[in-house]
Structure formats: structure tokens, C-alpha cells
Design a protein. Structure first.
Length: 432
């Protein structure tokens, strides 16, 4: 409890990612607002994001409530990740926090180390129904905090490349997409038509910057979180690449709160041929493509010296300080939500990664991948997946970094190296 106040500022900062969609409206299912039946233990589950993601949460909660008569879960929408995190922290301080909620994976350490979330290791060790080896190892890195498990993968993602395959074909390009930075630049140039369209529209997204740094074979922070490393060779090369392409006019980079929405709108309207965003937005983007009459393809994030992509999304966590009865109810709900069958349902409904290996291998998912191969791209890319930094200051550092990247893109004379060094100068004291 003593550290809770320290993190209020951190958790209300914007988490600079596109990890799980941008819609902020909930679905508000009446079924999940019902009062607890006599004899049922009632718990509350807070979730982020609306549209297909919100519907998925509400649907699964109703399925859980209908599947048994001992626990009743009330699902409540809380906005985006930043809203969800700040509301959870305030509710915890007021002693009325939800029993189960989501932690965006980079914030797992903040919540665990401040005593707001429960260590799930004892629950896992005492439950023979849980097979940790069935969880995709590429998604487990952000489940551990100081050697213990504080959350289980639920709605998890990676950034992927979305392409208007119709525009690619018209430009004489392979609709499978570019594989590396060299081909990516060639595609951007071929797809840019003066006054009509640009090769790609994208936000200043730290999640995407992490992917480009990873493609250079480096990390955002030192392995012991003692200092930032994003101003090393890989980071400078990535920002130099972005700035050169933007200045040439073949890559459009938006900044500000509406940047992700602007990039999505450019793509939907054919003003850009490609965009980066989460695999979580796949079902929504397939619908956009159908509505606007173009073919949608997906591909890996472009490689450079190597391939490396951050994972994203959220883990299900239990808040700390619950009664034994509430703890057991919360655990049963978390266990059910992360089981094979529910993993399959969520992946098909939204496009999020299936977190269970048994789900990926299931006949249902294999049939889906054969019918709609766009779903399988993020699954295959996960072999290059990397955990996101979980340093307590990382949300604040991300904001600092985004500001300096934006300055470098807007100011012709501000070199990427100087901008990243300035961000490092401001960020490193926060890690001490």
C-alpha cells in the first residue's frame, strides 16, 4: 500500500500503443448487470475497449454465468487501458476495487510491486486443472513479476502489417507484402501517388518503435531495467528510417491523441495502402475492407538485421486483499476465461492471439486459418515475440519518448540521435 500514491501519475499517462483497438464504447449487457442469485458469490470484472472486443468480454461473462450456479460475474466497461488502470488504482485505494481486471502487459510490474494484484502462483500450484506448459511461451514473459505469476494471458496481440491488397496489385506489387525494411521502402514508394494516396499512414506509436528496435536486434531497456537503451544503434537507425521516409512523403506519421484513429481512417478510405496495428483489430479491419470494396492482407512486421516484435494486449489479474471466498471465485473465473475453449472463442471473435497451444492446434482454429489465413499471421510471427518492458516508470518513459520522436519528425534540424539522447536523459532518472 505504501507505494500506491507513487504510481497514480504513471498509470493515468497515455499508454502509447495500439495494442487492443481504439474504440472506447462499452456494450453494457443487461444480463451481466443482474443482482447476485441467492447462494452465488458475486464478483466484478472490469475490462477495456468496446466494439468487438467489448462484445467478446460481455459474451464470455454471460457464458460463464450460465455454465454454473456458484459464481455470478458482473462485467463493467471502463474505457481504454489508461482509464481502466487509473480507475482500478483509485478503486483499490478506496477499498472497492473489482475482484478481477485486466493489466496491460507493460503495467504488470507496476500493479504487482505496489501490492494491488495477487500472486497467482499458489493458485496455479494447487490446481491440477492448470497446465502452464499449454500457454504459448511467447506470451508468458509479461506474466512473471520477480519470479512469480501475477496474471495469465487473455487478450494478447502483436502488431502486424495490414495491406490493401487491391492497391498493391494495381501497383504491380506482390500482395503478400514486404519482408524487410528495404522491400518496405520500395512498397511505400510504389504505392504513393501525389495528391491521392501515401504508402502508409501510422501514428507515433511506441509499440511500433519497439518492433523496429527489435528488428535491429536491440532492446528498449537494459536487462536489469537500470537504464534505457532505445538511443543505441538500433533505435537511432529506426528513427532515422522513419524520418527519411516521412520527409520524402511516402510515409505519413500522425501525432497526438487522434493519431491512431487518423491512420485507420486513411487506410479505410484508400488514402493509404498500408498500416501497422494490432492483430486484435483483425475482425474489424476485415469488415472495413469488405465495406469499402478492397481485399485485405496481413503480414509480419518488416525485419531488418533480425526479426523481433513486441507482444501486447492484457493479462487477467486478481486484485489483492480479497476474502478467501472471493479469491476462489476470482480464480475460477480467471481459469475459465483462459481455458482452451474460451481462448478459441475470443480469438475467432476478435483476432487476438490464442494464448493456448492446444487452441492453436485445435481443428476449429486450423480450419479458420485455412479459410482466413490473415488470422494465422500473428500466430506465426509470435516465434519472434518479445516481452514488453515492465519497469515501473515505463509508461512515463513511453510518453517522454513519444514526445521526443514527434519533435524529431517535426523539426528538420533535430537529428534522431539528439532526440533519442534527450529522451534518455529525461528517462534514466526515473529508473533509479
Amino acid at each position: 500500500m505504501k507505494n500506491i500514491g507513487r504510481f497514480i501519475t504513471l498509470l493515468v499517462l497515455v499508454l502509447v500503443l495500439s495494442a487492443c483497438g481504439d474504440n472506447q464504447e462499452g456494450t453494457g449487457s443487461k444480463d451481466n448487470k443482474a443482482s447476485a442469485d441467492s447462494g452465488r458469490t458475486e464478483i466484478t470484472y472490469w475490462y477495456a475497449f468496446g466494439d468487438k472486443i467489448g462484445e467478446n468480454n460481455e459474451n464470455l461473462v454471460k457464458m460463464f454465468n450460465d455454465s454454473q450456479d456458484k459464481i455470478l460475474v458482473k462485467a463493467e466497461f471502463q474505457g481504454g487501458y489508461g482509464d481502466l488502470h487509473s480507475k482500478t488504482q483509485a478503486a483499490f485505494a478506496a477499498k472497492n476495487a473489482p475482484e478481477v481486471t485486466l493489466n496491460e502487459i507493460a503495467s504488470m510490474g507496476v500493479f504487482a510491486r505496489s501490492g494491488m494484484t495477487e500472486n497467482l502462483t499458489p493458485f496455479i500450484e494447487n490446481d491440477s486443472d492448470v497446465n502452464l506448459e499449454d500457454f504459448n511461451p511467447g506470451l508468458m514473459g509479461n506474466s512473471y513479476v520477480d519470479g512469480n505469476i501475477y496474471g495469465l494471458p487473455y487478450l494478447r496481440s502483436t502488431p502486424i502489417l495490414y495491406m490493401n491488397a487491391s492497391m498493391l496489385k494495381e501497383a504491380g506489387l506482390d500482395p503478400a507484402g514486404p519482408k524487410n525494411w528495404k522491400e518496405f521502402e520500395e512498397y511505400l514508394r510504389a504505392l504513393t501517388a501525389d495528391g491521392q494516396s501515401v504508402g502508409m499512414s501510422m501514428p507515433v506509436g511506441i509499440w511500433y518503435f519497439e518492433a523496429f528496435v527489435g528488428a535491429g536486434g536491440e532492446d528498449m531497456l537494459a536487462s536489469d531495467d537500470s537504464e534505457v537503451t532505445f538511443n543505441g544503434t538500433a533505435g537511432v537507425e529506426a528513427l532515422e528510417f522513419w524520418k527519411r521516409l516521412a520527409e520524402e512523403g511516402i510515409l505519413k506519421i500522425h501525432a497526438g491523441d487522434e493519431a491512431a484513429a487518423q491512420a485507420t481512417q486513411d487506410f479505410a478510405n484508400g488514402r493509404s495502402a498500408m498500416m501497422f496495428t494490432s492483430t486484435a483489430n483483425l475482425t474489424q479491419n476485415l469488415a472495413i475492407a469488405e465495406e469499402n470494396g478492397f481485399e485485405l492482407n496481413t503480414a509480419f512486421m518488416p525485419s531488418n538485421k533480425t526479426s523481433g516484435v513486441p507482444t501486447g494486449g492484457a493479462n487477467l489479474v486478481m486484485t489483492a486483499g480479497l476474502s478467501p471466498e472471493k479469491q476462489q471465485a476470482a480464480w475460477e473465473f480467471i481459469k475459465w476465461m483462459t481455458a482452451k475453449e474460451q481462448t478459441i472463442y475470443a480469438s475467432k471473435y476478435t483476432g487476438y492471439l490464442p494464448s493456448r497451444l492446444s487452441a492453436i492446434d485445435s481443428e476449429e482454429m486450423q480450419s479458420l486459418y485455412e479459410e482466413i489465413p490473415q488470422y494465422k499471421v500473428a500466430v506465426d510471427q509470435l516465434q519472434y515475440g518479445k516481452a514488453r518492458p515492465m519497469a515501473e516508470a515505463y509508461p512515463e518513459i513511453s510518453t517522454i519518448l513519444a514526445d521526443e520522436i514527434t519533435r524529431s519528425l517535426l523539426e528538420p534540424d533535430l537529428s534522431p540521435k539528439d532526440a533519442l539522447d534527450k529522451a534518455a536523459e529525461l528517462a534514466n532518472p526515473l529508473l533509479q
